[in-house]
Design a protein around this ligand. Structure first.
Ligand code: HEM
Ligand code: HEM
Ligand SMILES: [Fe+2]
Length: 443
């Protein structure tokens, strides 16, 4: 750690890690509900929809905290200066944590806006918006004061501003159902397939730059190409969500064609990472960060690129829309792209924040492989349940509950795999929270 203010990032990471564990416990509960019949008394006080809202909102919160912590870690090094105000960074963290706690308590008591992944109701939306403004002001001022601009900084700031602006479209209540879903997708799709990708590109470029010591211009050249393609395909690709919401017919074409091109920039990211592998210096202090960066690129491509492509054409999406096929893709993509990205940053930054030169990678490796294998298999079991659902409900025209009875076994398998995934998460989180220097021979 070169700058005192980078320390703030550590608290963002710690809280994100705890929320990750809570998120996954909720996931287990959801899968359990699909596999087994829960007594009605329990459903009455803690319905599936509440657990689902907690699962997905915690996901969004811990990932955003990870991005913001990552930014507070990166920006001092990129600008060669301390963060503008550490007090504001703390204030902002408290605003987000308070929102999270109140929102989850609110969900349990039925205080929700009801729109998936963005269930947080209006008064809290404004607190989130204020927190985001404080964050952007703080980061912007740090850069402005330092007057030392890099492409990584620019893309990072651009991505973060884009995230905040899009969030605003999800706040109002639209009386027209079509409009409501239109803007819901502006947030959800343009987050994960637009602005979050910009943040990912910038953070990944920073980590690769630091790990390889390769010329900055090499990393930046790729960043331009990837970002350009992400924006080009991602923005028009929003159309793959307008197929069945009552939007005009031309979206079938626009959405189909442009979203089918979306795997391209993700593939470029894999090629880029592999290129860096060649520049790899002989001695890297903690090679586990490398493993994570490469895994992120590959899993990102499989989960978002391949799994996304599989159901993006309207001819296929007509049958699979809103089924467990979608859920399978949601898990593979979020885990592959953004959980692994955050873990890459955590494993890169936390040792430095603690002043650890090298650590024993045994627990880290165990956690990593358990999570990756379990999630890959969960992607398959969710996927099989989804294909069954599609066939039984949409082709044979059987009722929803009849289809569920055939899917039950696969949701049970998902629950069982989820226990392994959870074990991997716990080992990883404990490892990161209590990381110690390796004693004896460096590994
Ligand atoms: C890291 C990037 C991505 C993430 C995190 C992600 C995540 C998700 C999630 C969570 C959903 C479900 C939303 C809901 O209905 O509740 C979804 C839907 C969808 N995604 Fe992605 N996605 C990513 C990239 C992609 C890409 C690149 C494609 C296309 C090539 C794609 C195609 C789709 C399609 C077609 C749907 C709608 C499914 C339906 O109609 O039910 N996604 N995505
Ligand atoms: C033990 C691990 C996990 C299990 C068993 C699990 C299970 C589930 C279940 C059963 C649902 C509800 C699907 C539905 O509404 O039909 C769900 C939703 C979701 N989960 Fe998980 N989950 C786990 C971990 C994760 C992780 C690690 C992530 C992200 C990195 C994640 C992201 C999501 C998303 C984005 C949704 C909404 C999907 C959609 O709307 O299509 N889950 N999860
Ligand atoms: Fe999308």
């Amino acid at each position: 750690m070169e700058y005192q203010s980078q320390k703030i990032a550590h608290w963002y990471f710690r809280i994100a890690l705890v929320l990750f564990v809570l998120q996954v416990i909720m996931g287990l509960w959801l899968a359990f509900n699909y596999a087994f019949t829960v007594p009605q008394q329990i459903v009455d006080v803690f319905p599936f929809a509440t657990a689902r809202a907690i699962h997905t909102n915690l996901l969004v919160l811990w990932m955003l905290l990870g991005f913001m912590g990552g930014t507070y870690y990166i920006i001092p090094e990129e600008t060669s200066s301390e963060v503008y105000s550490q007090k504001l960074a703390w204030l902002q963290l408290m605003a987000f944590v308070a929102t999270g706690v109140i929102a989850i308590a609110g969900f349990v008591f039925g205080w929700t806006k009801g729109r998936p992944l963005l269930e947080i109701p209006p008064p809290l939306n404004y607190v989130v918006a204020a927190g985001a403004l404080i964050f952007l002001f703080n980061i912007g001022m740090t850069m402005f004061r330092a007057k030392r601009w890099t492409v990584i900084q620019g893309v990072l700031l651009g991505g973060l501003v884009f995230i905040a602006v899009l969030y605003l479209f999800g706040i109002p209540f639209y009386r027209n159902e079509v409009l409501d879903w239109y803007y819901w997708w502006w947030v959800i799709h343009l987050w994960v397939e637009g602005s979050w990708e910009l943040v990912t590109g910038a953070i990944m470029a920073f980590v690769l730059l630091k790990l390889t010591g390769v010329e900055r211009s090499v990393v930046e050249k790729w960043l331009y190409v990837e970002i350009g393609l992400f924006l080009f395909t991602g923005i028009a690709g929003t159309g793959h969500h307008y197929y069945w919401v009552g939007a005009p017919r031309y979206w079938l074409w626009v959405g189909g064609v442009f979203s089918a091109m979306e795997p391209l920039p993700i593939l470029l990211m894999v090629i880029d990472t592999m290129n860096h592998l060649k520049h790899r210096r002989e001695q890297i202090a903690n090679p586990h960060t490398w493993t994570l960066a490469v895994a992120c690129a590959i899993f990102h491509f499989i989960g978002a690129g391949v799994w996304g492509f599989a159901h993006t054409l309207p001819q296929i999406n007509y049958y699979t829309h809103g089924s467990q096929v979608t859920v399978s893709h949601g898990h593979m993509a979020f885990f592959g792209a953004y959980a692994l990205l955050n873990l890459t940053v955590f494993y890169y930054a936390i040792p430095k924040l603690k002043g650890i030169e090298t650590y024993r990678p045994t627990r880290a490796k165990f956690g990593f492989w358990t999570m990756c294998c379990a999630m890959m298999l969960m992607g398959l079991t969710f996927g099989i349940a989804g294909v069954l659902q599609t066939y039984l409900e949409r082709i044979l025209g059987l009722g929803y509950m009849t289809a569920q009875s055939y899917m039950r076994f696969w949701m049970g398998a998902t629950f069982a795999l989820g226990i392994f995934f959870f074990a991997g998460v716990v080992v990883t989180v404990v490892d990161l929270l209590f990381l110690k220097p390796a004693t004896g021979r460096a590994e």
